[in-house]
Design a protein around this ligand. Structure first.
Ligand code: PSV
Ligand code: MN
Length: 410
């Protein structure tokens, strides 16, 4: 596939970057390695509590969700795995699902237990006062560990919706102890290389308190649970104005950053396309990740961080939305790779506030489209994944599925 038309617009790009000291081959190598997992639920119908709009061509089964995820990987080269949510993606034969993914050129990724959609969980799951409910929740998590093993995944990723709506409704300390006990049982059942990622969120669905509200609580649990437990940062799960890049740096420094759920938001946990509302935040998070890769002390953690998308596409077509998401993560990672970290350190040590900030602006303002087009060309891909998708005929083909495919939460 020719990239000439696109790259001709930027004849001097590589020379310009080399002249300013950028090791373009190093940058390209990192971009080629970037892998971003997409969520099965991002391909299903979704909506708000007011309305789920059904779209034509939405997958009718987990098998079709995998086909859509594989299409995203085919045109981006950067989305080689898909996360599953159990029971939304429950099938009779997980080895058949695994084979289906492999036949389509991708893998099954993080297994997400669901402890929030059953009547028994009205007052909590792992933090419920009734030991029978806690046991049921642990059993579900153990089933997820078994599914992860069966599909060849080494990540179980827990978001716990437990919390209370009124003061006095629950005993904070007892709930915390039950939570630790339950998770200890899960960790004990996990084979050697499997990790439990603990996702925090300060609000929703509970209104008064949430049992894992923030990175402090998630880190505390991960530390108590030992080396198999790490923290997952969902970019939509913080109070407005939270400095997520600072959290990223701290978790990296503690060797406890397990992964990201990327999405963007304007107000709450909106789950809109990553990089559409606050691209500078995404750049600054990726800048911490690159800094983490450059430091031998944090490199092992940074290298195994799982990059995942967690979005709901309510009104936009789902596959192009996912392709756009992957491209946005690549774009801001590319800009982060262009940061002159040596100059940044010098400016910091010299107390040069404006100089340091200008170094970040310089990288952020650099147009990385030619770089990414070049990387894609070298991987044998079309320079523009969205055009590749439009030309593939896949959107027309899946129309045959009709309306009424799976919704994200069923
Ligand atoms: C919760 O808001 C969350 O971010 C968790 O990751 C869930 O698994 C996902 O969304 C489901 O929509
Ligand atoms: Mn999430």
């Amino acid at each position: 596939m020719s990239t000439d038309g696109f790259l001709a617009r930027y004849p001097d790009w590589e020379k310009q970057q080399t002249d300013r000291g950028v090791d373009v081959e190093w940058v390209k190598a990192h971009l080629k390695e970037l892998a971003i997992e997409t969520p099965s639920w991002g391909y299903g119908d979704s909506g708000t509590r007011f309305k789920v709009f059904q779209q034509e061509g939405v997958p009718r089964s987990p098998f079709e969700k995998i086909e859509d995820a594989a299409m995203v990987h085919k045109v981006t080269g950067a989305a080689p795995s898909v996360a599953l949510h159990i029971p939304w993606d429950l099938v009779d034969d997980f080895s058949a699902l695994k084979k289906h993914a492999e036949d389509h050129g991708i893998k099954l990724g993080a297994i997400n237990p669901n402890l929030f959609q059953e009547d028994d969980y009205k007052l909590g799951s792992l933090c419920h006062a009734d030991p029978k409910v806690r046991k049921k929740a642990v059993r579900h998590m153990l089933d997820c560990v078994a599914i992860a093993q069966e599909v060849g995944s080494n990540i179980v990723s827990l978001w716990l919706a437990d919390g209370t709506n009124y003061p006095g409704q629950g005993d904070f300390r007892r709930r915390k102890q039950w939570l630790i006990e339950g998770l200890q049982e899960v960790i004990a059942a996990m084979p050697g290389d499997m990790r439990l990622l603990i996702e925090y969120k300060f609000f929703e669905p509970a209104w008064y308190h949430t049992d894992i509200p923030d990175w402090g609580m998630a880190l505390l649990l991960a530390m108590k649970l030992g080396p198999k437990a790490e923290v997952l940062v969902d970019t939509g799960h913080h109070p407005q104005g939270t400095n997520i890049e600072h959290i990223t740096a701290n978790l990296l420094d503690e060797g406890k950053l397990g992964g990201f759920h990327f999405n963007d938001r304007k107000y709450a946990d909106d789950d809109v396309i990553v990089g559409t509302m606050d691209p500078y935040q995404l750049f600054l998070i990726m800048k911490e990740m690159v800094a983490g890769l450059l430091d031998p002390a944090t490199r092992p953690t940074a290298e195994r961080v799982a990059y995942m998308i967690d979005q709901s596409h309510n009104i936009e077509p789902k596959i192009p939305a996912m392709i756009r998401s992957i491209m946005n993560v690549q774009r801001y990672y590319a800009k982060a790779l262009l940061v002159d970290f040596d100059a940044l350190r010098r400016a910091q040590d010299a107390g040069d506030v404006l100089g340091a900030e200008a170094i970040l602006q310089d990288a952020f303002e650099t147009d990385v489209r030619p770089l990414l087009a070049q990387v894609r060309a070298e991987l044998g891909l079309h320079p523009d994944p969205l055009t590749a998708y439009a030309e593939s005929g896949y959107a027309e083909k899946i129309q045959a599925r009709g309306k009424g495919g799976q919704s994200w939460s069923s």
